[in-house]
Design a protein around this ligand. Sequence first.
Ligand code: PHB
Length: 395
Amino acid sequence: MTTRRLVLSRSAALIGAASTGLLLPQIARAQGAKVRVGLMLPYTGTFAQLGVAIENGFRMALDEQGGKLGGREIEWFKVDDESEPAKGVENANKLVQRDKVDVLVGTVHSGVQMGIQRVVRDSGTLSLIPNAGVHAATRALCAPNVFRTSFSNSQPTRALGQAMVAKGHKKAVWITWKYAAGDEAFEGFKESYTAAGGTIVKELGLPFPNVEFQALLTEIASLKPDAVACFFAGGGAAKFIRDYAAAGLKGKIPLYGSGFLTEGVLDAAGPAADGIITTMHYSDSLDTPRNRKFRLDYAKTFRMQPDVYAVQGYDTGLLLVQGANAVKGDLSAKPALYKAMEGAVIDSPRGKWTMSKSHNPVQDIYLRQVENKENKVIGVAAKALADSGAGCKMG
Ligand code: PHB
């Protein structure tokens, strides 16, 4: 009886409130309900430290706004996606269906991203990709509500082949984890290397996230190419660099890679990483006031050095701030929100970049070399490089 009376009197109050308009969700939002921000990132497994760096960078950008988005407080939701593609849809739905987030920030692994893409294309939830480079997300499966702040998988390696041939390395072996990120990085490498006159003598691979490199390194030793190029990242990259040196290949067959190979792993890899040349849309040593200030602030706040993942997380925050400010925090004003994000110029530690029509960064790619635990810039491998966006139809 008591419960029923309570329910009745509460619903009477609700009807009263609704008739004065107080309960209309859009008004409640615009007037200051919290923005629901969902993070779907790997916090365990070989990409765990990538997830942490992305979250750190993202929070730093929002903290610079007093921890608010378009004037509204933030409520945070987090899911560890474990870089497990089989759980991608289920994990994305935890944030979209259960937590009803206004924006989903994630993720690192290309296979998991495909799960997110399925969910957000159905729900229309704003989706910001702070790493995963899977081509489909900004090509055939692009969508007005999906924006990538990182790279497409073939973008960094599209600048690598030319640089290797210019150093006189005309015969190369390619090695990677066999999944979308490795396969699509190969696409960029193959195109640039063969266009510059290089020959790929062998493609080697192993399943993600295996790190039993020994047999493959023995094969490389017997193939005796001029150079090796690769895609690895996170914990697996640190082990690959150490194993490459331990197998006696360092100093004999120069090692090149998509720049993820040497991001966030230079302490773990130690001197085995010295001399590795890579291409990437960021470099620790970019000597600009913007990068110097970012690195100092990040190191002070988190007591560790930032890497490309921290920069991508930070830029994701900068993009969301620009969008949220343009609509005064009302993220349900979608056309205006998307328009502001499409036109945004991101003043990033990597250098200024803009969004392509398919919502992927148009950005410079640097040539870097590891020296004393730092990725030092040794040149610009490509200016304002855009992904093709092939097959993307918005709308
Ligand atoms: C990806 O799976 O798209 C991926 C993962 C780690 C990286 C880069 C790309 O460092």
